[in-house]
Design a protein around this ligand. Sequence first.
Ligand code: G
Ligand code: G
Ligand code: MN
Ligand code: NA
Length: 257
Amino acid sequence: ETALRAALANPDGAGLHLHYQPQVRADDGHVVGLEALLRWHHPQLGPLSPAEVVRVAEEAGIVDRLDHWVLQHSLAQWTQWCAQAPALLQDVRLALNVSAQELVHGTLLERVRTALATHGLGADVLEIEITESVLMQAGGDAIEQLHALQRLGVSVSLDDFGTGYSSLSYLKRLPIATLKIDRSFVDGIPHDADSVAIVRATLSMAHDLGLAVVAEGVETVAQRGFLRAHGCTVLQGWLFARAMPPDALLAWLRTQR
Ligand code: G
Ligand code: G
Ligand code: MN
Ligand code: NA
């Protein structure tokens, strides 16, 4: 906790950094998104998983500062990439994971608006990923904030879909454009009958509700084939690319055009 507070106070992040994982269109492999994923190389403990870092930040009550760091840092990176290779980021969105606290405190909307203005970026570059559990914790005001974000032009996705408790009627009322099917279900394609049933049902329901679907953790050609055949629009996973540091990501993007 002490080291994390110090890292967040340090302008260069003191070991905190972001990797970016591409999201590609299912039909032609065209890059449509980059998900920022937190990494922390702790001065004594070495590399820590984002789940651990987020948990420590939550316990310390500073996860909103962590989210803010991610927002500022990723938008600064985005601006730098745009200057280096503007054509590569055309029609690509930056996807950020957001924890509950900023929604609970009602600060997310204003922070996003301010950060976009500071970096001179339009709202349509951003996609906010929230989990079902985050929404449950945050309640009605959170949903109003998400509506406002969408009015601004920010896209909202429901992450880890299938692992929480979303009812269908609840889904319909939420201001979300996209469902992200959790990796644990994609893992079971095509051999595990339950995973196959869940993924098919999710895709069919999303289609009827007018939602886009991103499948995460796509590792095999068979999974890609199944997801395409059942109308999944966007794919993310090691079959296409791992999460990469900024320089490697830029080099990878150049190989895609
Ligand atoms: O890359 P990895 O599989 O270790 O990431 C694990 C999880 O950590 C992700 O599923 C994501 O939900 C969470 N995570 C990664 N980066 C961030 C971040 O910047 N903010 C928050 N709140 N969670 C993140
Ligand atoms: O926020 P979210 O839970 O969606 O984060 C995605 C996580 O999944 C990241 O930690 C990333 O490193 C991990 N990941 C991404 N693609 C794959 C994959 O194809 N296989 C596996 N096992 N993990 C992946
Ligand atoms: Mn995510
Ligand atoms: Na996820």
